[in-house]
Design a protein around this ligand. Structure first.
Ligand code: MLT
Length: 316
């Protein structure tokens, strides 16, 4: 069976594929206009950051399965794949701890002004007075927008810091929140009103685009902390900028709307980056997560080869 690997995958997974007899080709920077010769025979396409719109899918006549080495599938035209009977799978939960660790890091860094302190010291400035104004996390309320595997991991870690954790999602029930050991918030606005800090953990879908807008930010206390390690598209950028500028919001951002889809590329939103503690979508980028994700990618391909049905199938 022919696999095309469009992004970097952990070396152990590459070895596992070879040992299992898969024919493996590698093509980085794949677009509809840069399809490699192997595209014709590819049955399984494996991607991480590479975009897979319908134009790319059209360039793979033998394609049967697309595997996203990550949780989100917003980079893939799942409907176009389904229309051709191509299965799409992801690796949910495998990078949850890594992303939650990043969210926690951004929360702490934004609250305690760690990047600004580093910047100032490197410039020979001792800004202890100006930067010494953290909210402090113990006993504060963290509101989770979304309670999937990453939200759960974030809840556990925040509780380790003795934060009170509450959550909202469009399908969360009081019973499910209780089972997860977090408080239940009946609405997004109620979550905003009752939180000192927010961490975003919802997938990017048409329903969540700009989910967090002006009303949400206006309901937050002034000086609140806001961390997004999910997707930039779920936040209304103008409302976020306004909250940072005019309501003292401290933002920690790992994700941005329209961010570059390759490892090294120019980044456009320097206006927002100048006002936030931020990282270039590194949430899932740990050795532990890479290994766990790659292991799952191999499992999906193996099960698909044996049964014709890929695990973790994502519906269009
Ligand atoms: C995910 O969707 O799981 C992450 O965004 C993966 C990544 O960083 O590529």
């Amino acid at each position: 069976m022919n696999i095309l690997l469009a992004d970097k995958l952990d070396a152990q997974a590459v070895d596992a594929f070879k040992q299992a007899g898969f024919i493996l080709a590698v093509a980085k920077g794949l677009t509809a206009s840069t399809l490699p010769p192997e595209a014709d025979a590819t049955e399984i396409l494996i991607v991480r950051s590479t975009l897979v719109p319908k134009e790319v899918i059209a360039g793979f006549p033998a394609l049967r399965l697309i595997i996203r080495a990550g949780a989100g599938t917003d980079t893939i035209d799942v409907a176009a794949a389904a229309a051709r009977g191509i299965q799409v799978s992801n690796t949910p939960g495998r990078n949850a701890d890594a992303v939650a660790e990043m969210a926690l890091g951004l929360l702490l860094a934004a609250d305690r002004h760690i990047p600004e302190g580093t910047r100032d010291l490197r410039a020979g400035k001792w800004t202890k007075t100006a930067l010494g104004q953290g909210l402090g996390l113990k006993g504060r309320t963290l509101g989770l927008v979304g309670l999937g595997s990453i939200g759960h991991a974030m809840a556990r870690k925040a509780q380790g810091l003795e934060m009170k954790v509450i959550a909202w999602s469009d399908h969360l029930t009081p019973a499910a929140a209780e089972e997860a050991g977090v408080g239940y918030s009946p609405s997004l606005l109620e979550l905003a009103r009752t939180s000192d800090a927010i961490s975003v953990h919802v997938a990017s879908t048409p329903a969540t685009r700009n989910l967090l807008g002006a009303e949400f930010f206006a309901a937050l206390r002034s000086g609140a902390l806001f961390v997004n390690t999910a997707r930039g598209e779920v936040v209304d950028r103008a409302a976020l900028l306004d909250a940072i500028r005019n309501r003292g919001l401290h933002a920690g951002l790992d994700v941005f709307a329209g961010e570059p889809k390759t490892g090294e590329a120019p980044f456009a939103d320097t206006e927002l980056a100048a006002l936030a503690t931020c990282t270039p979508h590194l949430g899932a980028s740990t050795d532990q997560a890479s290994e766990a994700v790659a292991e799952e990618v191999v499992r999906i391909a193996m099960v698909y080869r044996e049964t014709g049905k890929a695990p973790n199938s994502v519906a269009a």
